[in-house]
Design a protein around this ligand. Structure first.
Ligand SMILES: NC(=O)c1ccc[n+]([C@@H]2O[C@H](COP(=O)([O-])OP(=O)(O)OC[C@H]3O[C@@H](n4cnc5c(N)ncnc54)[C@H](OP(=O)(O)O)[C@@H]3O)[C@@H](O)[C@H]2O)c1
Length: 234
C-alpha cells in the first residue's frame, strides 16, 4: 500500500477492514497473518478483521479440525484486539451453528463476541433465521452480494417484481435492492467498477420502500445462493 499521506489521507480518516484467509486459519497462523498485513499496509492498527470462512484450506468440510482451527484463530484475534492492533473483530460466512459454538452462554469459547457476520443476502437468498439470530445477539449483519454478485446480478436485474417496484419509485433495480437491505437494518458493501454506479449506490436516502413492497420483495426468497455455502463445514 502506498503512503496514505501521498493521497492527502490521514489514518483516522480511513476505516480499514481485512479478512483472515482460510489458508491462515489456526492458533499462531492467524496472528502471524494479521501482523504481516499490518506491516504491509504500513499502519499501526486495522479497524476490523473478519475470519473469512469457518473452514480451513486443504481440510475436508467434515474434518473436526475446522472447528479447532477457527477457535484458535478467534483466540489470536482476541489477543490482537487486547493489544490494540485490531480495533474490532468479526466473522464471515458463519451459520447459526458456527456462531453458537462461539457465543453460547454455557460453553461458548469467545471472550469477545463477534461484532460483524458478513454473509450473502439478497432477495433470492434471505436467511431470516440467521439475521434474527445475529440481531438478538447484537451482531451486525454485513450483507455481501446485495446485487447478486457477477452471476446473480443479471438474474435480479430482470426480476419482474423488482423491475415493477423500481419503476414505481423511479429508481433502478440496484437501488431497490440496496434500499431493501438497508430497511432490513443490514450493512451493505456493494461493489462496482463504475463511477456512475457508485454515485447511484449512494443515492438511497431520498425515498422509503412501503411495507407492502418490502413484503413483496421478501417473498422472492428461494434460498438461492450465488456464492459459496458454509453450512457443511463442521
Ligand atoms: N465474505 C465473503 O465471502 C464475500 C463473498 C463475495 C463478496 N464479498 C464482498 O462483497 C462485496 C460486494 O461484492 P459482490 O461481488 O458480491 O458484488 P455485488 O455488490 O453484488 O455487485 C454485483 C455487480 O453489480 C454491478 N453493480 C454495482 N452497482 C450497480 C448499479 N448501481 N447498477 C448496476 N449494476 C451495478 C457491479 O458491476 P459494475 O462494476 O459493472 O458496476 C458488480 O459486479 C465486495 O467487497 C466483496 O469483496 C465477500
Amino acid at each position: 500500500m502506498a503512503d496514505l499521506g501521498s493521497y492527502g489521507l490521514k489514518r483516522e480518516e480511513l476505516f480499514l477492514t481485512t479478512k483472515l484467509s482460510p489458508a491462515d486459519q489456526g492458533k499462531g497462523n492467524c496472528k502471524k497473518a494479521i501482523l504481516d498485513a499490518v506491516k504491509k499496509l504500513q499502519v499501526a492498527y486495522i479497524d476490523l478483521v473478519l475470519i473469512h470462512w469457518p473452514g480451513s484450506s486443504k481440510l475436508a468440510h467434515d474434518d473436526p479440525k475446522n472447528a479447532e482451527r477457527r477457535k484458535g484463530s478467534w483466540e489470536d484475534l482476541e489477543e490482537l484486539h487486547s493489544e490494540g492492533i485490531v480495533k474490532s473483530i468479526g466473522v464471515s460466512n458463519y451459520t447459526i451453528r458456527h456462531l453458537e459454538e462461539m457465543i453460547n452462554a454455557q460453553n461458548g469459547y469467545a471472550k469477545i463476541k463477534p461484532v460483524v457476520n458478513q454473509v450473502e443476502v439478497h432477495p433470492l437468498f434471505f436467511d431470516k433465521e440467521l439475521i434474527d439470530f445475529c440481531s438478538k445477539n447484537s451482531i451486525v449483519v454485513q450483507a455481501y452480494s446485495s446485487l447478486g454478485a457477477a452471476d446473480g446480478w443479471p438474474v435480479l436485474a430482470e426480476n419482474a417484481t423488482l423491475k415493477q417496484v423500481a419503476s414505481k419509485y423511479s429508481k433502478s433495480v440496484a437501488q431497490i435492492l440496496l434500499k431493501w437491505a438497508l430497511q432490513h437494518n443490514l450493512c451493505i458493501i456493494p461493489k462496482t467498477s463504475k463511477v456512475e454506479n457508485l454515485k447511484l449506490n449512494f443515492d438511497l436516502f431520498n425515498f422509503e420502500l412501503s411495507n407492502e413492497d418490502m413484503v413483496a420483495i421478501d417473498a422472492l426468497n428461494k434460498n438461492k445462493k450465488f456464492c459459496w455455502d458454509p453450512s457443511t463445514i463442521c
